[in-house]
Design a protein around this ligand. Structure first.
Ligand SMILES: [Zn+2]
Ligand SMILES: [Zn+2]
Length: 244
């Protein structure tokens, strides 16, 4: 899924990483002659690439429970909150990002429901991409900006004014994430709308901070009240959840 670059940072090995509108990040290596990206060496070159899209493979992996808040929260506070509930196990490198294996109390706070819910809690019981891991992306660096979190199951929401399906939802929301002072406009009724007012039927979210719990099928795992409350204490704001 194409996602716009919203910023850059360096990893521990000083390699440049692009921050994307979805909350994921991606290395942008300048590695001639294999990858010629000399633009990323200069600040000006990086600035010129804000808004350019990269294909984010992580967005295409289905079966994630995303617990999110519209208000920013410090990832260290989130991590401490999850640790206090014994939700996090060992750190685990997954596709270049830090994830955690499930802690001993994970199933107390992610309540499995449905006919035959299954969750692969350890690497040796996982098949393909279904291993349950948890990651905590950074909060948006700019206080007025949000992430737009969507996935392969996200479908067009209705325009809040005329109720027509907004077929350009991905472009509208990604542009708004980059330029929150410019409201997108419905192509049917031409009225401006606030992407935060859209209804996604738990299949997309606009958030400033979030946690991804991978390997959970839609509606098969629900965060416990205690987990949501514990997260609320980190930023004094409500938290909600969606399935991607
Ligand atoms: Zn992504
Ligand atoms: Zn409309």
């Amino acid at each position: 899924m194409n996602q716009a670059i919203t910023g850059f940072h360096r990893d521990e090995e000083k390699h440049w990483v692009a921050d994307l509108a979805c909350g994921h990040s991606q290395h942008v290596r300048h590695d001639p002659p294999w990858q010629n990206r000399d633009w990323m060496i200069t600040e000006r070159g990086r600035d010129e690439h804000l808004g350019v899209t990269l294909n984010c493979k992580k967005c295409e992996v289905p079966n994630r429970l995303v617990v999110f808040s519209r208000t920013a929260s410090d990832p260290i506070d989130i991590r401490n909150a999850l640790n206090s509930l014994e939700l996090l196990g060992k750190p685990f490198n997954r596709n270049g990002a830090q994830h955690f294996l499930p802690g001993p109390e994970l199933l107390r706070h992610i309540i499995l429901v449905g006919c035959s819910p299954s969750l692969a809690l350890t690497p040796d019981t996982a098949e393909g991409d279904n291993l349950c891991t948890i990651n905590i992306p950074p909060a948006t660096p700019i206080s007025t900006h949000h992430y737009f979190i969507s996935g392969p199951r996200t479908s067009a929401p209705a325009c809040p004014h005329c109720k027509h399906a907004l077929h350009d939802w991905h472009q509208h929301c990604t542009q708004w994430v980059l330029h929150p002072d410019i409201s997108p406009q419905c192509s049917e009724c031409n009225q401006a709308f606030d992407p935060r007012k859209l209804t996604w039927r738990r299949a997309a979210a606009i958030a400033q901070t979030h946690i991804e719990i991978w390997g959970i099928y839609p509606n098969e795992g629900i965060p416990s009240e205690q987990l949501l409350e514990c997260l609320q204490h980190t930023n004094d704001a409500p938290w909600d959840f969606v399935y991607l």
